[in-house]
Every structure is written in C-alpha cells, then in structure tokens.
Design a protein around this ligand. Sequence first.
Ligand code: F6R
Length: 617
Amino acid sequence: MCGIIGYVGEKSAPSILLDGLRRLEYRGYDSSGMAVLHDGVLEVRKCAGRIENLRKLVASSKIEGNTGISHTRWATHGEPTDSNAHPHFDQSGKLALVHNGVIENYQELRTELIELDHTFKSDTDSEVLAQLIGRYYAEEENSTSLAARLTDAIKKALSRVTGTYGIAIAHADIPGLIMGARLGSPLVLGLGENEHFLASDVSAMITHTREAIYLNDGDLVTIRKNAFEISALSGGKADYEISEVELAEDAAEIGDYPHYMLKEIHEQPQALRDAMRGRLSKEDATAMLGGLQMTSRELREVDRIILTGCGTASHAAMVGEYLLESLARIPTEVEISSEFRYRNIPTDKNTLQFVISQSGETLDSLAALREGKRKGCRVLGIVNGIASTIARESDGGVYMHAGIEIGVAATKTFTSQVTILTLLSLLLGRIRHLSTTDGLELIAELEKIPEKIRTILDGADRIKEVAQRFSATESMLFMGRQFNYPIALEAALKMKEISYIQASGHASGELKHGVIALVSKETPSVFIAPDDAVYEKNVSNIEEVKARKGPIIGITTEGKTGLERICDEVLYIPSAPPPLTPLLSIVPLQLLSYYIAAERGCDVDKPRNLAKSVTVE
Ligand code: F6R
C-alpha cells in the first residue's frame, strides 16, 4: 500500500523517480507526486490519478535536480485528491515527506499542532508527521549540523507516533541528502555508484542497481551521493547486510499481453515448475524443503499446523488444510491473519505455524507471524517476495519462486502456494503414513500438472465465449465441495475484485441452508464438480439450482458426461487425482473472471480501491 522512492546522485532525479513509481504502481494508484531539490528549493509536483497524470504534469511543468523523493498513493486517510497526494510539507515548506503506513494517533497530534498555529493543507495522517518533524527541527537549535538536527527531529517525532511507517524525507536546507525510517512498512536502500536509492521495493530501482540493504523495523537511514548510514531510531548501531538482487529487469514487462493478469495466468505452468524445481526426490518418494530448517525428527513431532494468510493466500491455505489432513493426517486449521492476530488461539510446543504471503509484506500476516512467535511457536513462511519482511522474520520457510506478479488479482501465486502446500503435505505424509508407492504416484501426477494447465490455457477461447454470454450479470454464486470448496471462494474473490460483480463462494452442501434463496434466472451459479468422490453430491445440488431456473456453468473433468444435460455451459479440466484438482479447476475460473472483467471494460490490473501489497491494517 503506497510506494515510495527517493534518489540522491548525479543523474536527473525526476526521470528516475517516475520510472521507479511506474514500477511501484501496483502498491497503490490513486494519486502520486514528487519533490525535487534544486538550488535550495524543494519543487513539488503532485496530482490525483495514475502515474501517467504525474508524468504529463512533470513533462508540462519541468523540474530539475539530483535529489528527490516521490510517492504513489493508496488512500487511507483522506480522499484521493491533489492536495492529499504526497509529498507533504512542514509548516516552513522546507521539509518534504513521503509516507507509507498509517499514523494511528494522527488526530491527537494534529489537534496539538493546530493549537500551536500549524495549518494543514491535506486530510492525511502523513502531513501530521511532516509537520511534527518540522516543528522539532525548528526547535533543535544546538545540533552540530543540519543533518544531525534533522536526525534528532525525526527521532523525537517518531517516538510520539503510534502506527506504521516507511518514510523518506528531504529538506531544502540540506542538499544531497535524504533520510528515511521504517516501522511495519518496507524500506530498501539501493547502493549505486555515486548514487543511492530508498524505496518500498527493489523493483523500483532494479534498472540502476543490484545491491540492496533491506532495512529492519526501527532503522533510521541517511543517504547521500557517496555515502549512507544506518542506525537505530532508539540510538546506537543497526545490523544490516548487503544483498544481491536477483530480479530480472524485464520481469515486469507485459510483452504482447493486453493485461498483466492474463500474462500471469499464462505463466502458471512455468511458475509451478519453478515451485517444484529441485524439491522432489524420486529416490525417497518425497519432497525436499531444506528452507524449513527442520529435521525429520522435528517434523515428526509436529502434531498441529496453523496456516495463516489473507485473501487469496487464505484460500490457498484452505486447500492446504485439506491436503495436510488427507495426505499427512495432521490436524490443520486455517486462520485469516487479521483474526489470528487478535484471537488467542491455544498452541503448544508441537504446533507449527505457516504464514502464506505473496508479497511477504502484508501487515496483518506479519502481525500473525509476530503473534505466533510471541507465543513461542515455530513460524515458517511460504512467500514469494525475496527478502521481504515476512521472509526475514520467519524461522524458515519456502520461497515460491513464482516471479514478480503485477496484476493486483493474484493468479500464478495462488497455484504456486497450493503447489508448495502439496509438497509440504507430501513431505509430512512420507514422514508418517504415506508409502513409497503413494509418494511416487503423487510426484508423478504433480509433475504432469503444468502441462495440464497448458491444455486448459490452449482452450481459452471457449472460456471467453462463456464469459461473453454471462458478462452482463450483476451477481454470481460459486460452489464446490472438499478440495474445491476453497476454489469456489477463490473464484468468487477473483470475480468480484476485477469485475465488481457481487459474487460469493460456498460449500455446495450449504446451498440449501440459505444460499439457495439467492438462486434466480438473473444469478448464474458456477459449480466445480470434477470427477471425484463427491461428484454425485454436486450433481444433486446442480439439480436443485436447475429446478429453480438458475443458469449454471459446470466445471468438470474431461470425459465425464452428464453435466451437459443440466448445465447451460460446461468447461472441462484434465483428469487428476482429487487432491490435485484445485490446481486445475481454478484456471478456467481465473480466465472466466478475466474475460468477464475485460468484456465489461474494467481496469483488470488495477481494480478500483485495491492495491497489491496491503501494508496497512
Ligand atoms: C486477491 C489478492 C489478495 C491477496 C492478499 C494477501 O487477488 O491478491 O487477496 O491475496 O492481499 O496478499 P499477500 O499474499 O501478498 O500477503
């Protein structure tokens, strides 16, 4: 949520900042802005709307300079207007700040500052921080240098703040310097030759440097052209290490696809191969997940698993619950992170917690991780974001290696998460009751999945036709059983977030306990009914909807006949063992929601009100 990038060096800051913002746009896109230091003046350009609007503004009203900070916003406090766009300034107009996070006690601080004659130009919580730092800066007269004075002011202001922040600050009186700090929101320092960067994410600076330092909560950082300094906000030194960034420069390019979401749906065969690469042992008929950093003996002692995540990651976790229980026979619970952090779930020394997160920065999931650790649990991550906060704070885990995902609606990372949970279930199953033959069979079937996804993708035109038929609908129901119940939830989430259709997912068996009241000629029902032990049960539910004249789209296994008679449309997936069907059944549903949204003219990659990385509570 919100992306920031700051630059100090010899090059033109505005173009570097614009390029960085474009790469960070997935973090928020309702307004953007920059402040660039030139001849002792901080020139600001900011406006509501997409980065493109800022680009046009900067092109028509040029600014120059080698030091600057910038921001792309996802509104929390205050509407997405020009005045609420960042950067925000202090009372003197000389200190500019960009902020990612939420200042929870901003009202109280704002009232205090207004009583001291400060005037505010925005409704944001962030401006309070700019004004507070500026106030302390004005009061600190005995510092040895202006930089030391700003450092003291930042420390003093942040000590009064409740909430989260990743900030970058520039001051008109201190040329060639940017300061930053983080607590709960990511901040990365990029090290270049005669230049340094501060950003929410390495992707913002990938065209300029491969060397990065992932800052920790409580770090304060100062960057200049030729130097940087990291210290603890609480005083003293901070620990850090320099990492080599592996992200490919063109990883974020869209290629010939009209949308990133479609590209990422098509990347699933590769993403799944990458999730499995080097992690399957035919010799031992098991999975190898060294990143868990647990011995077989320790894994054997696990008697309960808690899977935490938000949104799509929580749906992957639900598939994981079915997988772990059926393949490894370990009691497993799924808890959405935002609930887990405020519940008081009893755990014992043999409880293992996983935090599942694409970005590795989702604040609620990070809080769930910290809560688990506070309780003394071993907490592991299933994360895509390399060196993200969740990856760094967990006791071990598994990287997804799905590659960068730009479309706000998660697609390839969902199937990648489910693949990793399948590997985990195989590993834990083999330590317990799963035989060598069972293990080998699962591996063989799993290895066939990427190619099977490819055949579904090859049939995308048929799914597009179905989408066109139903694109005008305003409500939809999704239903599935067992392994495909979470797929009903995930498919409904995809549909609502990109096409704004009222969609809900349900266990098919729940239909007659209330949901059936929603069935009508205007509300299509999608049934996920592969050829499995509950196929006939699903068919009975489909009949119930049919009897009430509800339009029906069925998803079933190739070669299975019967649904054509009772469904208006049927889409097919290749045959697979029931535990692996979610990896297939979600694909036509991702495409269905994509084509419906595209047909409705929706902004598929940047749906309204959403952002890719949710770093606020
Ligand atoms: C939906 C979607 C979100 C995310 C959720 C968690 O398409 O993308 O529901 O799954 O915000 O994000 P991560 O996985 O980054 O923790």
